[in-house]
Design a protein around this ligand. Structure first.
Ligand SMILES: C[S@@+](CC[C@H](N)C(=O)[O-])C[C@H]1O[C@@H](n2cnc3c(N)ncnc32)[C@H](O)[C@@H]1O
Length: 287
């Protein structure tokens, strides 16, 4: 069990310079950290206020190493001497470092801070589509994916399996939501991404740029993934559908090709993140 100073004993004496002890979990200047488990609230307030959250020292380091900017850090006392590099980054970014006892941090955020540190980061402006697609040969399009875990897992596979960019449709869950960031292992900071809007009209945009658009769907008249693998186009956009209903009919209609991963064992479909990993690996460029 981790030993932490109690908030009512202060603890400020042992804090490194630049850290601020926090006793009031409702103090207005800490509002970036309020109610982090309220997904409906956070998905609105984070883009609105221009922030996103990163948790764990590793994910925060990854965000910093890819040029993202700190707004502030929240730590529990046990960890303030463990990560001098994070404190140095906070100084560099003129970002406050708040230190709170675990029970105060929990009252503020809604969960136990077992990773010891949370960062509020400035949300970057969305990248222009042309910039994200420049030079890309393999692109994943996530149509209306609801679950942040799936979004994070697709990014992780994309980073590992040679996908150059990810596009998310207007209603797709936010890749910078805390859970997506965590599940992606910080690869949402590494793989260039942006929203493609409007959609499915964006299928035509991708085709004009020179992409063959492949809809991953369970249609009976679809070609198999092996067929696509045999003659992969130079520039390929793989479109993955939402968890419940799969791809919209208009998307399937507009695509150049519909691709199916053959299923066995009486299973009708894969989880979307699993399907993405299989497809990314099959169509990875070999030169
Ligand atoms: C859980 S599936 C949705 C299943 C949905 N009932 C349907 O009929 O498409 C989510 C997404 O994963 C992809 N997917 C899953 N299994 C697939 C398979 N066997 N072949 C091609 N795509 C698949 C598709 O893009 C699909 O839209």
């Amino acid at each position: 069990m981790e030993q932490e100073p109690r908030s009512d004993t202060g603890g400020t004496a042992e804090l490194p310079p630049g850290c601020t002890w926090v006793d009031d979990p409702r103090a207005e200047h800490l509002r970036d950290y309020f109610a982090l488990t309220d997904v409906a609230l956070r998905r609105v307030v984070e883009p609105e206020r221009g922030l996103f959250m990163a948790e764990s020292d590793k994910v925060i380091r990854r965000a910093l190493s890819t040029g993202h900017r700190l707004r502030s850090l929240l730590m529990t006392p046990r960890w303030v001497h463990e990560w001098p590099d994070l404190l140095a980054s906070a100084r560099e970014h003129a970002a406050p470092v708040y230190v709170a006892a675990p029970q105060v941090a929990e009252a503020m955020t809604g969960f136990h801070l077992h990773r010891g540190v949370l960062a509020a980061m400035h949300r970057p402006e969305p990248l222009p589509l042309e910039q994200v697609l420049a030079g890309a040969r393999r692109v994943a399009v996530l149509e209306d994916i609801v679950d942040h875990t799936n979004v994070g897992a697709v990014f992780r596979s994309a980073a590992a399996l040679g996908v150059d960019a990810v596009l998310v449709t207007p209603r797709c869950a936010d890749p910078l939501y805390r859970r997506a960031v965590r599940v992606s292992m910080g690869t949402v900071f590494q793989v260039p991404w942006t929203r493609i809007d409007p959609w499915p009209a964006g299928v035509a945009t991708l085709q004009e740029i020179g992409f063959t658009v492949a809809a991953l769907a369970l249609a009976k008249d679809a070609v198999t993934l092996e067929d696509l693998e045999r003659e992969p186009p130079d520039r390929l956009a793989l479109v993955l559908g939402t968890e419940g209903d799969g791809l919209a009919r208009d998307t399937v209609r507009a695509a150049d090709v519909v691709v199916r991963i053959p299923m066995g064992g009486g299973v009708d479909s894969l989880n979307v993140a699993a399907a993405s990993a299989v497809a990314f690996w099959a169509v990875r460029p070999h030169n």
